[in-house]
Design a protein around this ligand. Structure first.
Ligand code: ADP
Ligand code: MG
Length: 398
């Protein structure tokens, strides 16, 4: 692509101003770029640390024109930025990931169809467009998880359903507004574990990846990520990487992409589907890759910047095994409705603790306020300190 690599001093732009945009902005600035954020919230975490913060809605033509006039390249950090906004910007400057890939990632039905096209195993599922189609759902998808096809995150927009009656009630519950909310019913699979691949793919197709993450979710929200050599068998690692690379390549993907997987317990589902099933993709850096800032020689955010700027990608090397803990707003609210600041000094007295706070002033249950990555010389030590950190912060052990 002409004009690449971008020179330091150029302005890079991001749609969405959350914590991913904030950490991306830090990485871009380290490489000498200026950063611009488009996000309506005046206190957005990324807006607070960027050179330019355009405070408007994602489809505001004036805001998009302002971004296009100031920036040399654009990315997105918020999955639900309308693909249309990216398409408009792409007419004027390089946008990575592009609108077509983002459109697929934003819709669970399109996403599943893409996985099937790539020949990667997925949970048995059925798309339900309206209440009349509930009668067509095969019994063997129950017990299942009913999810809205669009706009879900952190376990929101999902209901667990065990029977046809619960499915009907769940579908009704997920409806809002006048248009039918399209849903997808997935068979609930017996999970042995969850893992993710974060990869980065350049304009010319060069692809690198972070070491695989194993992830523990609580209430549908990522709680703990562990990364160390040998966490998964060589076969599983190879299968996950091959699937993730295929998924990215067949989307002509440019930028950082996360692919989430389920590892199945022994049993009939595993016999039918294999050991690994792809769950979903995120067209951006991912919470499970935050550890890379402290544990790897190149972070997922720097990779995103390198992709946008047309700089070379180098394979990230894990220099320290690590445990990442998410800090949710609940931690501030353990003593009632008046928020109490956690004891950061006590946390930071532990060795190998890296604290990242996102600058959010209001703690709410389930809201991601920050994360902690514990690095150590070996995994036993990383886990030991992470458990101590969890004790200080009131996070349940795992
Ligand atoms: P989100 O977009 O909110 O991350 P996911 O589809 O990844 O939604 O679901 C959140 C979590 O719920 C998953 O990480 C997993 O723990 C659980 N889950 C989702 N789908 C299934 C399934 N088909 N079978 C078993 N567990 C599931
Ligand atoms: Mg998920």
């Amino acid at each position: 692509m002409s004009g690449l690599p971008l020179k330091p001093g150029a302005m890079l732009g991001v749609l969405g101003g959350g914590q991913l945009g904030r950490m991306w902005s830090h990485a871009a600035q380290s490489l000498g770029y200026r950063t611009a954020v488009l996000d309506p919230d005046p206190d957005s975490p990324a807006g607070l640390v960027s050179h330019l913060h355009i405070q408007t809605t994602y489809l505001d033509p004036q805001g998009l024109a302002h971004m296009a006039s100031q920036c040399a390249a654009i990315t997105t950090e918020f999955e639900n930025v309308p693909a249309e906004a990216l398409a408009q910007l792409q007419q004027q400057l390089p946008v990575s990931p592009g609108p077509d890939a983002v459109r697929v990632a934003q819709d669970r039905a399109l996403e599943k169809a893409h996985f099937v096209r790539c020949g990667v195993p997925v949970a048995p599922h059925q798309v339900i467009h309206n209440a009349a189609e509930l009668a067509l759902v095969p019994e063997d998808l129950l017990p299942g998880i009913l999810k809205t096809t669009r706009l879900g995150y952190d376990g929101k927009g999902q209901v667990r359903v065990n029977s046809s009656a619960e499915l009907e009630a769940g579908f009704a519950r997920l409806q809002s507004g006048t248009e039918p909310v399209v849903c997808i019913l997935e068979k609930r699979l017996p999970l042995a574990a969850e893992c993710s691949v974060v990869l980065a793919r350049s304009h010319d197709g060069q692809t690198v990846h972070l070491p695989l993450q194993t992830n523990l979710h609580r209430d549908g929200i990522l709680a703990v990520t562990e990364v160390y050599d040998g966490a998964l068998s060589a076969e599983t690692t190879e299968l996950a990487l091959r699937s993730a690379y295929d998924i990215a390549r067949q989307l002509n993907y440019v930028g950082v992409l996360c692919v989430e997987f389920f590892l199945l317990q022994d049993g009939p589902e595993r016999d039918a589907l294999g050991p690994l099933v792809v769950n979903e993709i995120a067209p951006r850096p991912h919470n499970s890759g935050h550890h890379s800032i402290n544990s790897c020689d190149v972070s997922q955010f720097e990779l995103q910047v390198r992709c946008m700027a047309g700089l070379p990608l180098t394979p990230p090397r894990l220099h320290s095994p690590c445990v990442m803990l998410n800090l949710l707003g609940d931690m501030w609210l353990q003593q009632g409705d008046t928020p109490v600041e956690p004891n950061w000094a006590q946390l930071l007295a532990l060795p190998g603790v890296h604290l990242h706070l996102y600058g959010k002033t209001q703690a709410k249950p389930g809201r991601k306020m920050g994360h902690v990555t514990v690095t150590a010389a070996d995994m036993t030590q990383a886990r030991r300190v992470a458990l101590q950190a969890a004790g200080v912060l009131g996070i349940a052990p795992w």
